[in-house]
Design a protein around this ligand. Structure first.
Ligand SMILES: *[C@@H]1O[C@H](CO)[C@@H](O)[C@H](O)[C@H]1NC(C)=O
Ligand SMILES: *[C@@H]1O[C@H](CO)[C@@H](O)[C@H](O)[C@H]1NC(C)=O
Ligand SMILES: *[C@@H]1O[C@H](CO)[C@@H](O)[C@H](O)[C@H]1NC(C)=O
Ligand SMILES: *[C@@H]1O[C@H](CO)[C@@H](O)[C@H](O)[C@H]1NC(C)=O
Ligand SMILES: *[C@@H]1O[C@H](CO)[C@@H](O)[C@H](O)[C@H]1NC(C)=O
Ligand SMILES: *[C@@H]1O[C@H](CO)[C@@H](O)[C@H](O)[C@H]1NC(C)=O
Ligand SMILES: *[C@@H]1O[C@H](CO)[C@@H](O)[C@H](O)[C@H]1NC(C)=O
Ligand SMILES: [Cu+2]
Length: 587
């Protein structure tokens, strides 16, 4: 009776409102294409339907995005709709070995996503470092009752660009020859998907107000965006509408989005310059000739002289000061976890990103399938494997994450399946007694940038049963292990989540089990689960680590059983670790 009543009420609402939810169909054949995105080097990129860049997707609130995907690559692929809750559709979220086994080469997958959010999002591969090769696109979710007024909108993706293939870059990054973990430095930037000699252009008509949707689709680079001679007002971050805030420039870390309103000037006398500058602090070295300060043109009239205005305000605005339109009070935490972020060379000789000195290693069974098949054990974090750094939250608990960034670099952290409230920022280590009080109505977002030696405190309610990755969005750091799995309300998952047969079939084709714990076994028997890599025991010198790298090479060649001296006394370290990157080998 209840269901029928609800369905009837829904029908009435549709009839009364005239709003009909539509299915918005797209077909994406994901494959290799030759392209020259920055005008400097032709290369093989990953495109869609034989072209690059992949098309922008535009969908309205309450519509359903139906994306039919065919994988024409030589490797598996997956798609992640960044920032979407995927409420009841955890299996469409995309991270390889968290919610799916990858779409095998030659296979298809249907993404059927009811749109219950609005704002600026993007879609990208979540398999290995594939998105660096170009498989990323804006995903704009329109709100028929937009809270801000503007005449037109401009989608402005910013992305770094590499001339080499991601697999090659990744191989050089995750290597014993790179113990310091220096990230590959991009060869340049694409602004609105053009680069090199071609300048991005924004056409302005006097008096009109534009909503510019800035999306940072970078693998590494952080950008500063500004327009000379014009004022910008922030109205959205990561799909959350905010009250207007005037800023001089917008700083966007990888995966973040910001919408600004810009009102055009009243004359066509001059054109202006806009800036999208890569933050070179992120780069271990700045190669000679790298053009990291990209500029484009705001054009009022073709051929008009360019008016320069050196008075750009480069001071940073602080996202925690933003005021959301929808004002919810700060959540009160039921459970809290502290996550210390460190990078260092680990016993597999690679430089790893870690939460609490645990570097993520994929389980043998995707965590979602483990949760769905675990029965009474689903709330026990052990079954998800210690190398996935699992955190379990029962249904409707308020989860607090305190992230202390002890690394020398800035890291943008992204939580799947949620917007989280941004409660506090400050210098490490977080101390609850000394921390500033949360705003009365804190801003929420899905990706937060944490500068070196600073912390943030985040909170969200576990109201979206599923397995959700929390990770740094710098692609190279995902691959070096800076990930963990939040298992949310697993006791509710079997009744809320019905995995389509197609996705189970993908696992079968790949030989990956769809039930069992992280070791692919039943119950609490975790024999064979991934263990390590570990930090080097205290006192190991660079020379010793070098010798160990030699040992590992010898082991790989000769398969000798090696016991390092000083090792056997550390019982807790267990067996000799294997050289085991978390990144899957690209076939
Ligand atoms: C979208 O759907 C929700 C829930 O069914 C409804 O309350 C809302 O009015 C709809 N919005 C639009 C713009 O159709
Ligand atoms: C995938 O979809 C394409 C296009 O609809 C179809 O031609 C092909 O047979 C499908 N492949 C499989 C394995 O289902
Ligand atoms: C995009 O994110 C990267 C990585 O955090 C950052 O270096 C770059 O400056 C960002 N771009 C913009 C336009 O903010
Ligand atoms: C443009 O002119 C209108 C009407 O005269 C005025 O309200 C507006 O403030 C002007 N805009 C700018 C950016 O000067
Ligand atoms: C690049 O832009 C930054 C501001 O973002 C400025 O401080 C720096 O001097 C510029 N560098 C060059 C080489 O133009
Ligand atoms: C993690 O490793 C860092 C250095 O790599 C060390 O300073 C810190 O104490 C370790 N933390 C824990 C919890 O073991
Ligand atoms: C997920 O759906 C449930 C039930 O409709 C709702 O209570 C919850 O707020 C939703 N969570 C998110 C993150 O959308
Ligand atoms: Cu990072």
């Amino acid at each position: 009776m209840r269901t029928q009543g609800a369905a009837f009420a829904g029908l009435l609402a549709v009839l009364a409102g005239g709003a009909t939810a539509r299915d918005v169909h797209h077909y994406w054949d994901i494959g290799y294409v030759t392209a020259n995105p920055d005008g400097l080097q032709e290369r093989e990129v990953i495109g869609v339907n034989g072209a690059w860049p992949p098309p922008e997707l535009h969908v309205e609130l309450n519509d359903t995005l139906v994306l039919e995907v065919r994988n024409s690559l030589r490797a598996p692929t997956t798609l992640h709709s960044h920032g979407l809750y995927q409420n009841t559709t955890n299996y469409l979220d995309g991270p390889f070995m968290v919610t799916q086994c990858g779409i095998p080469p030659g296979a298809n997958m249907t993404y059927r996503i009811p749109i219950q959010q609005t704002g600026t999002y993007w879609i990208h591969s979540h398999y290995s470092a594939q998105y660096v090769d170009g498989i990323r696109a804006p995903l704009i979710l329109h709100n028929p009752q937009e809270p801000h007024k503007y005449d037109e909108e401009i989608v402005l993706p910013l992305e770094d660009w590499y001339h080499d293939q991601s697999a090659e870059l990744l191989g050089n990054f995750l290597s014993w020859k790179n113990p310091g973990g220096a990230e590959p430095v991009p060869n340049g930037a694409l602004v609105r998907r053009v680069g090199g000699a071609t300048k991005a252009r924004l056409d302005f008509v006097p008096g009109k107000t534009y909503r510019i949707r800035l999306i940072n689709m970078s693998a590494l680079a952080m950008f500063h965006f500004s327009i000379e001679g014009h004022q910008m007002r922030v109205i959205e971050v990561d799909g959350v509408d905010t009250e207007e805030m005037v800023v001089g420039n917008v700083r966007l870390a990888a995966a973040q989005r910001t919408s600004v309103l810009v009102t055009a000037l009243n004359t066509t006398d001059n054109n202006y310059i806009f800036h999208a500058d890569m933050d070179t602090d992120m780069f271990d070295n700045v190669p000679e000739g790298l053009n990291y300060n990209t500029t484009g043109v705001v054009e009022y009239r073709s051929g008009a002289p360019t008016q320069r205005d050196g008075d750009v305000d480069w001071s940073a605005f602080n996202d925690i000061d933003l005021v959301p339109i929808e004002k919810d009070p700060a959540l009160v935490a039921d459970q809290s976890s502290t996550l210390d972020v460190h990078f260092g060379q680990y016993t597999d000789t690679f430089n790893h990103g870690t939460f609490n000195n645990v570097s993520y290693v994929m389980p043998k069974v995707p965590s979602m399938f483990t949760a769905l098949s675990a029965g009474d054990n689903a709330l026990n974090p052990a079954i998800y494997g210690r190398q996935t750094n699992p955190h379990v939250a029962p249904h409707l608990r308020v989860v607090e994450l305190v992230v202390n960034n002890y690394d020398a670099g800035t890291h943008p952290f992204h939580l799947h399946g949620h917007h989280f409230q941004l409660i506090a920022r400050g210098p490490v280590p977080y101390d609850a007694a000394a921390a500033p009080e949360a705003a009365a109505a804190p801003i929420s977002r899905d990706t937060v940038s944490i500068p070196s030696m600073e912390y943030v405190v985040l909170r969200f309610r576990a109201d979206n049963p599923g397995t959700w990755l929390f990770h740094c969005h710098i692609e190279w750091h995902i691959e070096s292990g800076l990930n963990m799995v939040i298992v949310e309300a697993p006791e509710m998952m079997p009744q809320r989540i019905a995995v389509p047969q197609q996705i189970v079939d993908h696992c079968r084709a790949a030989g990956i089990p769809t039930s069992g714990n992280a070791a692919g076994r039943a119950g609490l028997d975790l024999e064979g689960e991934a263990v390590g890599p570990f930090p080097y025991p205290y006192g190991w010198t660079t020379k010793a680590k070098g010798a160990m790298a030699g040992c590992i090479l010898a082991a790989l060649v000769g398969f000798a059983a090696i016991v390092w001296y000083g090792w056997s006394s550390k019982r807790s370290y267990g067996r000799v670790p294997q050289a085991q990157p978390m990144a899957e080998d690209d076939p």
